[in-house]
Structures are given as C-alpha cells and as structure tokens.
Design a protein around this ligand. Structure first.
Ligand code: K7E
Ligand code: CUA
Length: 663
C-alpha cells in the first residue's frame, strides 16, 4: 500500500514536470469561496477599474474588478464603427500619421498617469506597436484625446512607461532602423553600421496632458523590449530591457539568443535634461504627426511636425549605462521603493535583481567591463543585488504588492510565482491557464500598490471556455493575493490579445470630474446647430452641409430633397439633449461609412456620397426613447444636373416643403 502511494505521487510528480506548461487540474485551483470573492451584486459597483490593452485589436478595454465585467471598449488606434471613431469627419485626423491614415494598430501597454509615484486618475496612455505612436486617453471622457507619432522608431514596444509625476512618457523602439534623416536604402546586412535605437521622452503638460517629444536618445542598434521608471530614491532614472545585443538581422530566435547576457539599460534622464538645456542635442529633420481632439470644437486636428532633438548616448557618456542581464530580458520592473530592478530573461533559469545603490556605486567607482559601442557596461556583480534561483521557466513580467513581495509570470511553466524581494526566496506559486504574459496588481508599478488582487493576462485559453471555432477567447484570470496563498477566483475573456494592463481603485477614477455631457452653450463646432431653429441645409458647389439636430425622438430636418448625384453630403448632427446617458445615433442607407454615435451636446459629422438616384432613409441607431423607431427621415437623390430644388423640412407633411428653418 505504502509503495502504491509512493508510486502514485511519483507519477503525479512526473506528470507535473512533463506537463508543467499545460496545467490540467483546474478543479483544485478554485476554492469554494471563489465565487463569493468575485461576486459583485447586480446594481453594485466594482472596486477597481482595469484598463486592459487589446493587443492586435488596437483598442483598450475597461473592466470592473473583481467582477471581470466589461464596462467599455475605448477605441484608440483602430477605427471603431460602433462609436464612429475613425469614421466621423471629426475623428479621422486622430489616426493620421506621416505614412497616411492608418486605421489599425497593435496596442500592448497601458500606463496610468501619476503624481508623486501614485495614480492620479487623469489619463491613461497606450502604445501603438506597429506604426509607432503614443496615445493619451482622457479619463474625464474615456476617449482618446491625443496621439503623437514617434520618429526614428519602428515597433514601439518598450512604451508607454511614465515617470513618477508623468513628467515624461517614454518609448523605446523595438526594431532598430536607420534614423529618419539617414539613407534607409541600405543592405539589411549592414545592421551593425547603419541601424540605431532611439528612446523618446514625451513631455506631458501637467495642466492638460498635452504631449510633445522633448527629446530622443540615440543608442546602439539593439531591440528595446520593456521599461520602467525609477521611483522614490531612483527617481530621475529609467530602466530598459534590451535583447539582440548580437545585432542579428535574421533568424533572431537563434541568432539573438547567442550571448549569455544581454542588457538592462539604465538612463539618467535628469542628466539628459541638463544636456538638453546646455544645447547638446542635435536638431534632426524628420516627419511625424501630432493629433489632438478639441473638446469644445468636438473636432480633431492633425499637424505634421518636422524636427526632433536627439542626444547621442555614445557621445554624452554619462546618460546611459548597460547592465548585463541573462538571456534576452523581456520585463524590466522596479519595486515600490525604487531600490530593486528585476530583469526577466525569457530563456533564463533565474531572475537577477539589481540594486540601485550598487549601480550608483559601480558608476562612481567606474566598475565597468569596457563598453558596448560607446556605452559603458557595468560589471554584472557590481550591479547585482542577488538572484532568485530556480523560480520557474520563462520569466516575463513582475509586479509588486508593496508588502515586500514580487510576482513574476512564467510563460513556459504557466504560473505566477510570489517571491520575497529581500531574501529572494520563492514563497508561493499558483498555476495559470494557460501561458501567462503580463500581470497586474492595481498600483503595482507605483510607490503604493493596492495588494488585494492580481490579474494574469494569458496567451492561450485552450479548454477554459466554450469553443468558438479555430479562434478561441483570449483570457484574464483574477487571483486573490490578500492571504498567504494566492487563490484563483475568476476567469474572464478579453477583447483582442491582452498584454499589459493597469488598475486603480474606482474612487480615484470616478472622482476625477468625469464628464456627463457636453454643454450645448459651449459647443464651438463649426457646423453645430444649437437648436432646431438653427438646423438647415446649405449647398456649397457640390458639397451639401446638413446642419442637423437630434432630440427625442426626431431629427431636424427629417426630409431633404435636392441632393444630386456627384454631391458630397455632410450630415453635421448635433445632439441637443442635456441629460446624462442619452446618446443618439445616425446612419444612412448605403453609406460607405459607419454610424455616428453622438453624445448629449456634441456635434459629429458623417460624410456620405450617394451612389445612385433614389430615396434613402436615415435613422437613429441608439434606442433612445419609446418612440426611437419613429426617429427617422428621408433624403431624395436626383440625377446629376437635375433641377430638383434643395428643400428640407420637419413636421411638414407633403406637399409642403420649406426652404427655411422649421418654426
Ligand atoms: Cu510581454 Cu508586448 Cu509587454 Cu505581451 S508584451 S505579454
Ligand atoms: Cu434617437 Cu433613437
């Protein structure tokens, strides 16, 4: 019997070791009280807002925690027909770039703005990975308010990570490329000579969040992966993980995994600021778009910029330092005290923890191992606080609870490991289902984390949900980390592929002066009609401007005749409602466009080019009242050159069209 039990456990152990990456026993992971812990009763609010990256959906989604309820999808880098984002004339400029109108991107990281190293609830930033951009979402409106493109960059992955007072949002290029002002028409195998890395420091205006590229730092050509600001004692520094220090340009899975160690790059941004002030930056010609949404005109504008200031790290020797870090580091995370910097080598069997104090001493003592293309390399041992031994397989990202613990995700062994920062001992581990990427502890990248929950954002869901054909739901998992043992309490599917996410106590976000509606008196839109009396239709050549209003439950005007083939019709719809939560929608048959979804007091414009002669209905798409289905109208389209007079009306039964505003 004893023997049998022994071999039973031996088999279990074997099974576990062979199947480490695909934990199968899902039942035991969820305790009986899990449902109660994640349960938020109908009508009750969640404790936290969770801002989750949408990966290749290009959007950001907002969940309530602990319920995992989806509250909102905020369109950021991808067009969103549901909200008319990128389809309305007002929002099209938001997606403008130096390339063209780009209707999609790949959003990996969200970053909440901070004051004194704590979340302030004003803005959440996001990165576009493909066509390098950083966006600012205003948490008063939960809308994208600003997008700035990044020159000299490609694959804006190490982004957007903020400093403790949101002085800067920083962004490191994943792909090194020839600089924008250099000849890019060079053989790819000249990577070592011609390819450069650039780190962007985007300044944030404290009063309104306005973004501007303050400066860039030019570095050797490597791949920047992730970054974190120094905090508290290390405020003024930034830490980036970099891989491909081999400078390979082909088959990176082999060729960029040759070296035993790549780097964490420590950047003294206060020093960089001094050099900038002293005029050590070079003004470099380039081209990048800066797009801003104006809340009083309800309109975005896009401006092309053509210059950026670049500091060269190989010339200005004391702004950047490389610290050797094992095996292609991915995450680079700084603990709440600012002393410990954790590098997570994707292929490493240990986690190195660097000490800020030791890094400072190493720099003072010049404890260098030579340089890497002009950048000093600090000796590994001189910067190292210690190593977490055998923590798991494939460490990716680390978050902190402010109680002395770190939580690292392990992609290959599909688990979250809690370890003590001081003695570097593993104290708990819990399986994730399945391959986990980023983790989020609310405030986990601040001086004061809120250590009740941890959310794991997973890459593969396999058998967690009802199957949906070849493509399965993406997933997040919620853990209770308030006790000695981490406990899985909830799975919830996500929009797109979730990478990083941040969360904040609901109070911080709710009480930041959220907007309930736009005041109609303050509407400065060029084509606003601030009352039905102002509604009208005006022809300017082949452009027809419809100054339209919507209120429960009609449009004004609701009948339009005299539009001709060859015309471009612009429906400028002003929602006259002044109540919270009463949007109206607008759509026209056959429009090569999306709907408009217009908030109270707002004006939005749908462009429509009729493709045939005939009668075209238009209607409200948002069920706004009991008589929502009555909220409709017609537009008559006549042949090109026809003499049908331009008339419009409201409440006039045929045949009594008006040519002036309805009374
Ligand atoms: Cu690890 Cu793009 Cu931050 Cu995904 S990244 S997981
Ligand atoms: Cu307005 Cu339905």
């Amino acid at each position: 019997m004893k023997n049998q039990i022994f071999s039973f456990f031996a088999v279990i152990a074997l099974f576990l070791s062979f199947n480490a990456c695909k934990p199968k026993n899902t039942m035991s992971a969820v305790g009986g009280d899990a449902a109660a812990k994640a349960y938020v009763a109908p009508g009750k609010y969640d404790e936290y807002y969770n801002f989750v990256s949408g990966g290749f959906s290009g959007q950001m989604s907002v969940y309530g925690l602990p319920s995992g309820r989806l509250l909102r999808v905020i369109p950021v880098f991808s067009v969103d027909p549901e909200k008319g984002y990128g389809y309305s004339e007002e929002t099209k400029p938001m997606l403008n770039t130096s390339h063209c109108f780009v209707p999609w991107d790949d959003l990996h990281h969200t970053e909440l703005s901070q004051t004194n190293g704590e979340i302030n609830g004003k803005w959440v930033f996001a990165n576009a990975n493909n066509t390098p951009r950083v966006a600012r979402v205003d948490l008063k409106t939960f809308r994208t308010a600003e997008i700035i493109e990044l020159p000299n960059s490609a694959g804006n992955h190490s982004s957007p990570f903020g400093t403790e007072n949101s002085e800067y949002i920083v962004a490191g290029t994943r792909f090194s490329v020839p600089a924008d002002n250099a000849n890019g028409d060079v053989p790819i195998n000249t990577y070592k000579q011609n390819f450069k890395g650039h780190i962007s420091f985007i300044s944030i205006k404290p009063e309104n969040g306005a973004m501007d590229i303050a400066f860039q730092i030019k570095t050797p050509g490597v791949n920047f992966d992730l970054a974190r600001c120094g905090r508290a004692k290390s405020h003024g520094w930034f830490f980036f993980s970099c891989y491909n220090t081999e400078q390979a340009n082909s088959l990176l899975e082999v060729n960029a995994s040759q070296k035993d160690k790549d780097f964490v790059m420590a950047v003294n941004w206060k020093k960089a600021e001094e050099y900038l002030k002293a005029g050590k930056g070079e003004k470099v010609k380039t081209k990048y778009a800066h797009n801003v949404y104006n809340e009083s005109t309800h309109t975005a504008t896009s401006e092309m910029r053509n210059e950026v200031t670049v500091l060269d790290a190989s010339v200005l020797k004391d702004i950047c330092y490389f610290i050797p870090c094992p095996k292609s580091p991915h995450g680079c995370d700084v603990d709440p005290t600012g002393e410990y910097i954790v590098g997570s080598g994707k292929l490493a069997a240990l986690i190195p923890v660097f000490s800020f104090d030791k890094i400072q001493k190493a720099i003072a003592d010049k404890a260098f191992d030579g340089d890497y293309q002009g950048i000093p390399v600090i000796k590994y041992e001189a910067a190292l606080y210690g190593e977490v031994k055998k923590p798991g397989l494939g460490p990716l990202h680390t978050e902190f609870d402010g109680k002395g613990n770190a939580y690292t995700s392990f992609f290959v062994s599909s688990e979250v490991v809690r370890w003590n920062i001081k003695d570097l001992k593993v104290v708990d581990r819990v399986p994730t289902f399945y391959s986990v990427g980023h983790l989020c502890v609310p405030g986990g990248n601040t001086r004061k984390p809120s250590p009740k929950y941890l959310i794991a954002y997973n890459k593969i869901t396999k058998d967690r949900y009802l199957p949906t054909g070849p493509e399965l739901a993406q997933s997040a998992q919620l853990y209770d980390i308030s006790g000695d043992k981490m406990q899985l309490i909830l799975d919830f599917p996500t929009i797109g592929e979730p990478h990083y996410a941040q969360a904040a106590p609901a109070e911080i976000i709710r009480n930041n002066g959220q907007l309930k509606l736009y005041k109609i008196d303050e509407n400065k839109h060029q084509y606003a009609a601030k009352g039905e009396k102002e509604s009208k239709v005006v022809r300017e050549g082949n452009k027809v401007h419809v100054y339209m209003t919507s209120i429960r439950s009609h449009f004004s005007p609701d009948n339009i005749e005299g539009v001709r083939m060859g015309d471009e019709v612009y429906f400028h719809v002003t929602n006259l409602e002044q109540d919270w939560d009463v949007p109206h929608g607008f759509a026209v048959k056959g429009a090569a466009n999306a709907e408009l979804l217009i908030m109270p007091g707002e004006t939005q414009t749908l462009k429509w080019v009729p493709d045939r002669v005939g009668m075209f209905p238009m209607y409200c798409t948002d069920f706004c009242s009991a008589l929502h289905q009555e909220m409709q109208g017609y537009i008559r389209v006549s042949p090109a050159g026809s003499k049908t007079p331009l008339v419009y009306s409201l409440g006039a039964q045929s045949p009594a069209p008006q040519t002036s505003a309805p009374k």
